[in-house]
Design a protein around this ligand. Structure first.
Ligand SMILES: [Mg+2]
Length: 270
């Protein structure tokens, strides 16, 4: 009897030990690469300055377009939402800590608690005062529409209405690329002249940037370099984005160790 109890205890201790080891591994293996990026995004004054710089330039370009547009059509600015108008970096912290991971992204957006990014609200309000519409083109899913509008409204954003929000469905599927925003930009162009686009991902601006297989997409940027600071306003996001994919050879589900090896192999040395 004693031996049975001992074996049972030994077994449960071993299982607990394995389980604990596994949890520790999981907690430190998936998203550690994000720590420096999230720290920079949340705490560097440079990040705050860059967002203001972007929206200050956007305001100047908007003024110019209002003064010079001859299309006779209603003017519009197309903005992305995540890491452009709203700050989701608290969710990135959740990923790092692996807390509430099972709730994931939908759990975060359901809270509708993301804060406005520096300069974003002021810019959107300014556009409204100049009678320029804001259209939010986001790759959030259709089932997030209600909470997304609620979040934008909670933060005081103008044009946070059904007819100014284009989520991931609609025309994106016609291009064969479900995250492409091309079809949705075309839809806005049916009724408005798009004078400016603002985003943290090159795919927020034009389909010419969607293929990163050549020189990580930098050739496409060089070809269109005159547009940046003109029609395209880029905001910084070191936490995630389409820029990661070529670095990780377009593979999903890599471990932190595998990512480290790939990144190190691609770093340019002296
Ligand atoms: Mg974004």
């Amino acid at each position: 009897m004693k031996l049975t109890v001992y074996l049972a205890l030994l077994l449960s201790t071993t299982l607990l030990s394995c389980s604990s080891t596994k949890q520790t591994t999981v907690a430190t293996s998936h998203h550690d690469k994000l720590i420096m990026a999230v720290a920079w995004y949340q705490h560097s004054a440079e990040m705050t300055a860059l967002y203001h710089q972007g929206f200050n330039i956007a305001r100047q370009r908007l003024d110019q377009a209002v003064d010079t547009s001859q299309s006779g059509r209603k003017l519009a600015v197309v903005v992305d939402i995540d890491e452009t108008m709203l700050d989701n970096s608290p969710f990135e912290t959740t990923l790092i800590n692996n807390e509430d991971f099972q709730k994931g992204w939908y759990g975060w957006t359901a809270k509708a608690s993301a804060r406005a990014l520096p300069g974003a609200l002021e810019f959107a309000t300014y556009a409204q005062s100049k009678k320029v519409d804001i259209f939010y083109i986001t790759n959030r899913d259709d089932n997030e529409r209600t909470v997304t509008l609620k979040n934008l409204q909670n933060q005081g954003f103008p044009f946070a209405t059904e007819d100014h929000l284009l989520t991931k469905s609609d025309l994106s599927y016609t291009t064969g690329n479900t995250s492409s925003k091309t079809g949705r930009r075309a839809r806005v162009s049916e009724s408005h002249e798009i004078i400016l686009l603002i985003g943290d991902n090159l795919n927020d601006f034009s389909e010419v940037f969607e293929d990163r297989s050549v020189n990580n997409g930098k050739d496409a940027v060089l070809k269109n370099q005159a547009q940046f600071g003109q029609k395209f306003i880029v905001l910084p996001n070191p936490m995630y984005g389409a820029w990661e994919k070529p670095l990780f050879n377009y593979k999903d589900g890599l471990s932190d160790e595998e990512k480290t090896l790939l990144l190190k192999a691609k770093l340019i040395g002296e």
